[in-house]
Design a protein around this ligand. Structure first.
Ligand SMILES: O=C[C@H](O)COP(=O)(O)O
Length: 256
């Protein structure tokens, strides 16, 4: 059975005070979701790298932590970079790779992203490969091709025995931080497509969690999570409010 995952990507937001307050509140509220967590829900906090250590120390057994980005190199003279081994050393279990903000603002290419996925897996973390089309690509009827290409190229270096450390997050770029969410039907169609690509590249597609991201909120999460191929969410803005974030965690269909 696939794991369900709700990950809160704080992006470049936060402070020491916010870490204490927000992680404390989320942890307290998530401890009431015992049944969900026991049935295979990972609630993941993904703060800026400077706060990972403090976040991990506050996570307890209820929460996991991740990093927003790692270097494609193992170690060495790469000023300003953070390695996947360091993330692992601090207690992270997840690393985002290829978020659209990294692709667009920091020129990350599919080949760099593939190297990062390989590094993350090698360090023993789960790589959350982020993929998604821009509005222009969607309007040009290119969405499926673009996303399939990103999935295939981003996962090109994953070994046959490493698929348990792969998660894919579909985040249409036009839905990120805009308040526009893909309809649950459109998101489901793309997730099914992604599962098809995973099959084509000989990945155990039925075991790989595929998350949706892009303006997920407490009031639209239930419709998204009710779809058969949507295994959870990568949450941006709404992950900075404990109550809203935990409501999203609660939005899986009962008994699923
Ligand atoms: O990583 C999270 C996504 O970029 C979604 O962000 P958002 O929920 O603020 O739209």
């Amino acid at each position: 059975m696939r794991r369900r995952i709700v990950a809160g990507n704080w992006k470049m937001n936060g402070s020491k005070d916010l870490v204490q307050q927000l992680v404390g509140d989320i942890r307290e509220q998530v401890s009431n979701l015992d049944d969900l967590v026991r049935s295979g829900l990972d609630v993941v906090i993904v703060p800026p790298a400077l706060y990972v250590d403090s976040v991990v120390s506050l996570c307890g057994a209820e929460l996991a932590a991740g990093v927003q980005n790692v270097s494609q190199w193992r170690s060495g003279a790469y000023t300003g970079e953070v390695s996947s081994d360091m993330a692992r050393d601090l207690g992270c279990q997840y690393a985002l790779v290829g978020h659209s903000e990294r692709r667009q603002l920091f020129d990350e290419t599919d080949s760099v992203i593939a190297l990062k996925v390989a590094r993350v897996i090698e360090s023993g973390l789960a790589a959350v490969l982020c993929v998604g089309e821009t509005l222009e690509e969607r309007e040009a009827g290119e969405a499926k091709r673009v996303v399939a290409d990103q999935v295939e190229k981003g996962l090109a270096m994953v070994g046959a025995d490493q698929w348990s450390r792969v998660v894919v997050a579909y985040e249409p770029v036009w839905a990120i931080g805009t308040g526009k969410t893909a309809t649950s039907e459109d998101a489901q169609a793309m997730h099914a497509e992604i599962r098809g690509v995973l099959e084509r590249i000989n990945a155990p597609s039925e075991n790989i969690s595929v998350l949706y991201g892009g303006s997920v909120k407490a009031d639209n999460a239930a419709a998204l999570f009710a779809e058969p191929d949507i295994d959870g969410g990568l949450i941006g803005g709404a992950s900075l409010k404990a109550e809203e974030f935990v409501s999203i965690c609660r939005a899986f269909p009962a008994g699923a």
